[in-house]
Design a protein around this ligand. Structure first.
Ligand code: FDA
Length: 316
């Protein structure tokens, strides 16, 4: 109930106006968002990399409604990749991974622009992949709501013919995902597995928490048994323990898979895993359009609301 109320607020323009204009303490946004512009995002990346973690950066701005916006988002990624290269943050860790890479939502680069949307998104994503390749970084295509899954995986397949290093994201709550994992668990294939963040119907998704968790673990097994490079995106302590145990069973060395967590969430656990020699990638969203992102994080964990409310009334 609380979750759906927060999700409704995330789509309400009036509430967005109120919240974004409120004297929001800088610490709220700072906790979950890596700053409003490229310079701030690069600063956060530098700090995380110096601390032994790796990074994937997401330029905030979904539901692009016109071509100019889609092209502007693409340009923002090109600027970011250039800035990361200049700061020597795109150093390769192995054949498949770099210290810093980018996460792209196809909806932000044109996917929802009518009949040509998929082609526009493909061309923009291809431009970003080309620049990422030039600077030594990689691109991962975020997963959005289930109506876009087929289109996103089609774009992924097309991009991989030229840029096989392009990462996929699969959501364990979708009933189709175990089968998608089997298809994508081939050598050289980077696959991020997450639980899934959108409100989906029973017909396509598991909706009970225990069923989603069981699906996640089945997918962990498929990805670790396969020949690809799995990226386990979760903050769930039980699942993290299961991944560690199964990685051992499957003889996966520390550089043959990675853990991923969101910026500002369980930072101590991120550091603990990194200290143990694991690759830990922090997903850092940045940009002026932080409102929708922040609301999704609050909906996932209403406990964060208290933190948000405190910060809203303070000016710190
Ligand atoms: P869940 O929310 O079920 O929490 C399980 C347990 O984790 C909790 O009981 C608690 O112990 C711990 N925990 C979770 N949040 C915590 C917090 N804030 N503080 C302390 N402990 C906490 N989704 C999507 O649809 N498409 C995508 O492309 C991506 N991409 C993505 C990248 C990365 C790197 C991450 C980490 C996540 C995503 N997601 C995503 C979001 C994902 O689908 C999911 O919504 C969130 O990660 C929350 O799910 P968890 O697996 O963390 O478990």
């Amino acid at each position: 109930m609380l979750r759906s109320t927060i999700m409704a607020a995330s789509r309400n323009g009036r509430i967005e106006g109120l919240v974004t204009r409120a004297p929001v303490s800088r610490s709220v946004v700072k906790r979950f968002v890596g700053g409003a512009d490229t310079d701030a995002a690069v600063d956060v990346t530098r700090e995380l990399v110096a601390d032994g973690r790796t990074v994937t950066l997401d330029h905030l701005g979904e539901d692009t409604t016109d071509r100019a916006q889609a092209d502007a988002a693409t340009t923002a990624y090109l600027e970011l990749l250039g800035a990361l290269e200049k700061e020597q943050l795109t150093e390769r860790l192995g054949l498949l991974t770099a210290r810093a890479e980018v996460s792209v939502k196809l909806s932000a680069v044109g996917q929802s622009l009518g009949a040509d949307g998929e082609q526009i998104a493909f061309e923009n994503a291809r431009t970003i992949c080309a620049e990422a390749r030039r600077v030594g970084a990689t691109v991962t295509l975020d997963a959005e709501d289930h109506t876009t899954t087929d289109s996103t995986l089609d774009v992924l397949r097309r991009l991989r013919t030229e840029y096989p290093e392009t990462g996929a994201v699969l959501q364990a709550y979708l009933r189709r995902t175990e089968s998608d994992c089997r298809e994508l668990a081939y050598a050289g294939s980077r696959v991020r597995l997450c639980k899934g963040a959108y409100a989906e119907p029973e017909s396509v998704a598991f909706t009970r928490r225990a069923d989603i968790d069981m699906s996640y673990v089945r997918c962990v097994n498929v990805l670790l048994a396969g020949a690809g490079y799995p990226m386990f995106a979760t903050h769930d302590p039980t699942i993290i323990d299961i991944v560690a145990a199964r990685a051992k069973t499957h003889d996966r060395a520390a550089d043959q898979f990675e853990y991923q967590m969101l910026y500002g969430i369980r930072p101590d656990e991120q550091r603990r895993l990194a200290r143990e020699g694991q690759i830990v990638r922090v997903y850092v969203p940045y940009g002026a359009q932080w409102y929708g992102y922040l609301m999704r994080r609050l909906a996932e964990r209403p406990a964060n609301l208290a933190f948000f409310a405190r910060a809203l009334v303070s000016r710190g």
